[in-house]
Design a protein around this ligand. Structure first.
Ligand code: F3S
Length: 400
């Protein structure tokens, strides 16, 4: 791979231990994937933040990078942590975990990372523009960046994203290149879509169908008349979880869809397929009482929090109900008065974290949510039963 003089100096250790290590990681990746150069990145989203996933070994790597003089070169934001950084006690997180999680956040902060701890960085300022190269981890955000924003990123792991942050570079391969962004399968949607749960179910149906095909072709969706930011973020989370996809096109909606003809090979998604996808995640046996309700996978937008406040106004929840979002969006909700309404009803804000990355295994038996991704991980990671309902019905469930 051809490196610039500046990149050679990073690799030689001229800018310190951490930058050298970071450039070594990127050069190794570039060699493996056949990149012939690095490209500058405009921003980074780092995953690998919850101490539950990182453990001591991960924390040691971060501390070494911070001690080795690592400083980010571009705007870098963080994925959700294992707890609400300011209010972990209210979520029942134990003090030992909180201490270790604080050490992780501190290591990132020492490197200049913006410790916002959210999977929706595009909702509060980490918003790359069309055609820009970025290096993002967090599968739902990667899919959103590529498909909805038209930015260019591979699905980075925690170390490679941090390496990109410390050097401002990433190897030029995969979705950074035009040829890897072409659609390979037309998906004709012949189903009505109403709200985040349905878009999540569409992501399940398309993701599973693509996953089963050779080469996992990028889908080109037709027949979706309109999609909001919230619906698209739900779709991205599902498509990434159930299809391992980091890119799609949606005719008339995503910015690169007009650059490509619809591929000949076609898959049809019907109402029945959508209902099957919903049923496959609705795993709580009839009559099982849900004991945990959560909205915010991916993290809620201000508009979604406004909706929750409208549905809870003057009422009282009767189950543990987590509202998961980012700190910046929560601050806006505070100022708009939504937080006070939601907390008066007895729901809890779980900021900086989510029901998947928080260490809550064994605490709850049955989760109700509008997120297919949360259903999948609650079952796989925590052994929970799940109910996969539309947004408003999730809130109604918390009131029962
Ligand atoms: Fe975000 Fe947690 Fe879901 S990281 S996409 S809220 S699993």
């Amino acid at each position: 791979m051809k490196l610039t003089r500046e990149e050679e100096r990073m690799l030689s250790g001229e800018y310190g231990r951490a930058t050298k290590k970071a450039m070594e990681i990127l050069a190794a990746l570039g060699t493996i994937y056949g990149a012939d150069r690095m490209v500058p990145v405009a921003s980074v989203q780092v995953a690998g933040v919850s101490f539950d996933n990182l453990g001591e070994a991960g924390l040691e790597f971060l501390s070494e990078m911070a001690d080795g003089g690592g400083r980010v070169k571009v705007l870098t934001t963080l994925n959700p942590a294992g707890m609400d950084i300011e209010n972990w006690g209210a979520l029942g997180i134990d003090a030992d975990f909180a201490r270790n999680q604080a050490r992780v956040i501190d290591a990132y902060a020492r490197m200049g990372v913006v410790t916002t701890c959210s999977c929706t960085p595009y909702l509060f300022g980490n918003l790359p523009h069309f055609g820009e190269h970025v290096a993002w981890a967090e599968s739902s955000a990667v899919c959103y960046a590529n498909a909805v924003l038209g930015a260019r990123t591979n699905r980075e792991g925690g170390p490679s994203a941090l390496a990109a942050a410390l050097t401002g570079r990433t190897p030029d391969y995969g979705l950074h290149r035009d040829e890897a962004r072409r659609p390979g399968l037309t998906v004709r949607v012949e189903a009505g879509l109403d709200g985040t749960r349905d878009f999540g179910a569409l992501g399940v149906a398309v993701g599973r169908a693509v996953e089963a095909r050779r080469g996992k072709p990028i889908p080109y969706l037709r027949g979706v008349p309109v999609a909001s930011v919230d619906q698209l973020k739900s779709f991205c989370a599902s498509l990434a979880t159930f299809g391992g996809l980091a890119m799609f096109h949606m005719e008339g909606i995503t910015p690169e869809s007009g650059q490509h003809p619809a591929p000949d090979e076609t898959l049809v998604v019907t109402q029945r397929d959508l209902e099957d996808a919903i049923r496959s995640l609705d795993l709580a046996p009839a009559g099982q009482e849900a004991d945990f309700v959560s909205l915010g996978c991916p993290h809620l937008s201000l508009a979604e929090i406004q909706r929750v406040a409208a549905l809870l106004e003057g009422k009282r929840v009767r189950k543990t109900f987590w509202i998961t979002t980012s700190r910046p969006v929560k601050r806006m909700a505070d100022q708009m008065g939504y937080t006070a309404v939601i907390e008066a009803a007895g729901a809890v804000f779980a900021v900086d974290t989510c029901c998947v990355v928080a260490p809550i295994k064994g605490r709850f038996q049955a989760l109700v949510t509008d997120s297919a991704k949360a259903c999948y991980y609650a079952a796989a990671k925590n052994g929970s039963k799940t109910r996969f309902l539309p947004f408003d019905e999730v809130v109604a469930e918390a009131l029962k």
